[in-house]
Design a protein around this ligand. Structure first.
Ligand code: ZN
Length: 211
């Protein structure tokens, strides 16, 4: 069974960036682990991730205070060792929020060192700078689960939820869907594969798939 790790800074990020894909991969039988490096503001997080079919994990950092440190690297290395992920999702590589930036850089570095087969970066509309993608996933069948999951988070300030988090789900899923030709989509920057060693492997299509 393939193992997946979705590694994010805060509890809402994995749902915004990859909630539909967490549902899809879990339904396909992948063991999908979902990490929030910050453990605060997390009421409802376990239920939300479990509702998507994922296994919720969290570290003990607080919002806004994630630091690049041996401690964080050690905790992430330990996690990688225990679940041996084949596929890893994490934050986009240029982020306004420093927590996102540090998690992205640290996870990418560890994934590279551990020869993770496939690495994908997800977008957070309120904080990803110059985001671009080359992989899309039709999440139409999982959209209502994504919506339910984000609504299960009870520890987030209601103004932040209304202004930043809810629009990131409601508008982005439909907007990306229109761009790629389905109702609701999530999009990712594929950040390379190891087997075969290729930076753009997922952008290769076979015409036979289209016939
Ligand atoms: Zn965040």
């Amino acid at each position: 069974m393939k193992s997946v790790l979705v590694a994010a800074a805060h509890v809402d990020d994995p749902i915004i960036g990859a909630g539909g894909v967490i549902g899809l991969l879990s339904d396909l039988g992948y063991q999908t682990h979902v990490l929030s490096v910050c453990g605060d503001r997390s009421e409802g997080y376990e239920e939300a991730i479990a509702n998507l079919g994922g296994t919720p994990l969290k570290f003990d950092y607080s919002y806004g205070s994630v630091e690049k440190s041996d401690r964080l690297v050690g905790m992430l290395q330990e996690l990688f060792k225990s679940i041996s992920p084949d596929i890893v999702f994490t934050h986009w590589s240029d982020e306004i929020l420093i927590d996102h930036q540090i998690v992205s850089e640290t996870v990418i570095e560890i994934a590279r060192r551990q020869d993770v087969s496939e690495l994908y970066l997800f977008e957070i509309p309120a904080s990803s700078v110059n985001f671009h993608f080359d992989v899309s996933v039709d999440i139409t069948q999982f959209y209502s689960r994504k919506v339910n999951a984000i609504k299960m988070l009870r520890g987030i300030d209601s103004t932040v939820f209304e202004r930043e988090i809810w629009p990131s789900i409601a508008y982005t899923s439909g907007f990306r869907g229109i761009q790629v030709g389905c109702q609701y989509a999530e999009v990712f920057k594929f950040y390379g594969s190891r087997k075969p060693l290729s930076p753009y492997h997922k952008t290769l299509i076979s015409w036979s798939d289209e016939v």
